[in-house]
Design a protein around this ligand. Structure first.
Ligand code: SF4
Length: 313
């Protein structure tokens, strides 16, 4: 048995082949930046999480075609793909515009799924219904909600401009539309400790989300978080701390929940800290978490029953 249900295992089992995600960047913005919900964005926001190699000025078709070309070159001709709408808020637009964009992703026979990243307060039923229509056409559709923490005080501190209840509401509605739900969490946010990470994991376990992303907090230049870091008001986690807390969280997450991500990758010099959040050290971080679980003789979901079954406690 694998200790962690990584996305690559799930995809291989579901589609019988390797499935790669093609991240794409579109000229979206975010209600937490444009003033609708807030201004300035989350304190760690750096270009809306757009990968360095992508430009929203490149057409969507070109980004997808380039992603397919690279994926096949690296993983073989038979590789299948999900188009991953990653940066900013990918459900924040007119319905017709969204439809045109999502439709473009389905023009390619190698594409078997859509993966749409957004905020939990930005998922109206009409958009969920639109996404669900692709599922009816045979595509696998994931919607990814950024939560980051189940602690409302933390959400205020990091200027998320939404609450925990928004996440619960969005998850339940997305599930009613038959979508697979993945929730993003961050370990090491200002003011948080182990109990906060465990509470976040418990919430996601109780909501039975189909997927989870966990990554360490990382500090990028020109962000509000960078100011806190550079004045010494906040520090990032060591790799050892991050591996330990992430293992703690994974032990509370259902073994069938798909783990889409366990680290973050950024590039220096924009990345200030920690130094393990780079493309080059990605495998090292994942291996460290696996080793921590191995050291404990543990695995994803190992402590889930204990956390949800309160009988006798
Ligand atoms: S929700 Fe995402 S895009 Fe919007 S401000 Fe926060 S990190 Fe940036």
């Amino acid at each position: 048995m694998e200790r962690i249900n990584h996305f690559r295992f799930y995809a291989k089992e579901t589609f019988g082949r390797r499935v790669q995600k093609i991240p794409v960047a579109l000229p979206f913005t975010c209600p937490n930046i444009d003033g609708t919900k807030g201004r300035g964005g989350c304190i760690y926001c750096y270009r809306g999480s757009r990968p360095e190699h992508l430009s929203s000025r490149t057409s969507l078709r070109k980004q997808i075609e380039e992603g397919i070309r690279r994926g096949r070159e690296r993983y073989g001709r038979k590789t299948l793909f999900f188009v991953y709408f990653q940066s900013y808020t990918n459900t924040y637009g007119e319905l017709d515009t969204l439809k045109e964009l999502y439709n473009t992703a389905t023009e390619y026979e190698e594409v078997v799924g859509l993966d749409v990243g957004t905020r939990p307060d930005c998922a109206p039923d009409e958009v969920l219904e639109l996404l669900s229509s692709y599922r009816d056409r045979g595509y696998e559709v994931w919607i990814e909600f950024g939560l980051q923490s189940a602690n409302f005080e933390t959400l205020k501190r990091i200027n998320r401009a939404h609450g925990v209840s928004d996440l619960v509401d969005a998850v339940l509605r997305a599930k009613r539309h038959g979508l697979k739900v993945c929730v993003h969490t961050i370990v090491g946010l200002p003011g948080e400790g182990r109990e906060d990470y465990l509470e976040t994991a418990r919430l996601l376990s109780a909501l039975a989300v189909e997927g989870i992303k966990i990554h360490p907090v990382y500090v990028m230049r020109n962000t509000a978080l960078a100011k806190l870091f550079l004045t010494g008001e906040f520090r990032t986690l060591s790799l050892e701390e991050y591996a330990r807390y992430t293992a703690d969280m994974l032990e509370l997450i259902h073994p069938e929940t798909v783990v889409h991500r366990l680290t973050a990758e950024a590039k220096k010099p924009a990345l200030i800290s920690p130094d393990y959040c780079t493309y080059e050290r990605k495998l090292e971080v994942i291996n460290r978490i696996e080793r921590e679980l191995e050291r404990r003789g543990s695995h994803q979901g190992a402590r889930r029953e204990a956390c949800l079954n309160v009988k006798g406690t």
